[in-house]
Design a protein around this ligand. Structure first.
Ligand code: SF4
Length: 281
């Protein structure tokens, strides 16, 4: 079986794993498991909005995007009705994507700061973006059953992303979904369980750096709950960890859960943090 070794500090990834990841994307794109979401994504694609009236909407589940060998994993919630549900690529064509890709580019995880459509030349380096559910939900709120339906894709991908060393969940729902999946693939969380606070860094028992962020939704960015400085700080921390001793250090650092590192300068402290609202965009 073929293997790819990317630097001494990165895990060996089977070529078969990369192929399996691509196969999962095919399954996702063709999924019709959630009747409500299938109807909504198609209705949205048919009706459109005035500013995108001339465009042809994707109107299908949105696959994951990025580098299968990535060390940084971003977890989003769901496609936006007129963003990724229109363009067919995660966080592409909406304001949340403007924030996310600008930050990824700034810290060396993307080749450009903008994302307009699937053929705009955007590539990710050492970064992979997954979403908790892959179809745009009405009101940006998926229900429990829909999240459960999409969980199998999430778990399958996590098992194949063997190089991941740092995880940034965007928003409370992504935070909870990742920790749930983390246990479902065979890991154990010790107490106290991580709390959702923007800008904190926690080492999970497996050594993964866990860096929750508020979601860059307009509801957060326009109200000042999430500022550029706050958002950048999360990615700066990830960059520092991955560029430093994080790679091999993850194998040897204190694995006890709760080995939290204080937020770096500019990040929100625990006392400053307010709880993120569960929201989609
Ligand atoms: S949300 Fe997930 S499980 Fe439900 S229809 Fe879309 S891809 Fe399938």
């Amino acid at each position: 079986m073929g293997q790819q070794r990317i630097g001494s500090e990165r895990a060996v990834v089977q070529t078969a794993d990369v192929f399996a990841l691509s196969q999962i994307q095919e399954r996702i794109i063709n999924c019709v498991c959630c009747a409500r979401l299938v109807a909504h994504r198609q209705h949205t694609a048919d009706q459109k909005v005035r500013r995108f009236r001339s465009e042809s909407y994707w109107g299908k589940p949105v696959p994951s995007f990025g580098d299968p060998l990535a060390r940084l994993l971003i977890v989003g919630l769901a496609p936006a009705a007129h963003g990724a549900n229109r363009t067919g690529r995660a966080f592409t064509g909406d304001r949340s994507g403007d924030w996310l890709y600008e930050a990824l580019h700034r810290f060396g995880f993307a080749n450009q700061p903008d994302s307009f459509h699937r053929q705009d030349g955007l590539t990710l380096h050492d970064c992979y973006i997954m979403q908790v559910i892959r179809c745009a939900p009405p009101g940006n709120r998926p229900d429990r059953q829909e999240i459960a339906n999409c969980q199998s894709y999430f778990l399958d991908e996590l098992r194949l992303l063997k190089n991941v060393q740092a995880v940034i969940p965007l928003g409370r729902l992504a935070f909870d979904a990742y920790l749930r999946a983390y246990q479902q693939i065979g890991n154990t969380l010790t107490k106290p369980r991580p709390r959702f606070e923007h800008g904190t860094l926690t080492r999970l028992p497996t050594g993964h750096a866990f860096l929750p962020s508020y979601h860059p939704s307009q509801q957060n960015t326009q109200t000042g709950r999430l500022t550029r400085v706050m958002f950048h700080q999360v990615f700066a921390t990830a960059r520092t960890l991955l560029d430093g001793n994080c790679g091999e250090g993850l194998e040897s650092t204190n694995r006890s859960h709760g080995c939290s590192t204080a937020p770096q300068r500019g990040a929100r402290s625990r006392s400053q943090g307010s709880r993120d609202k569960p929201l989609g965009r």
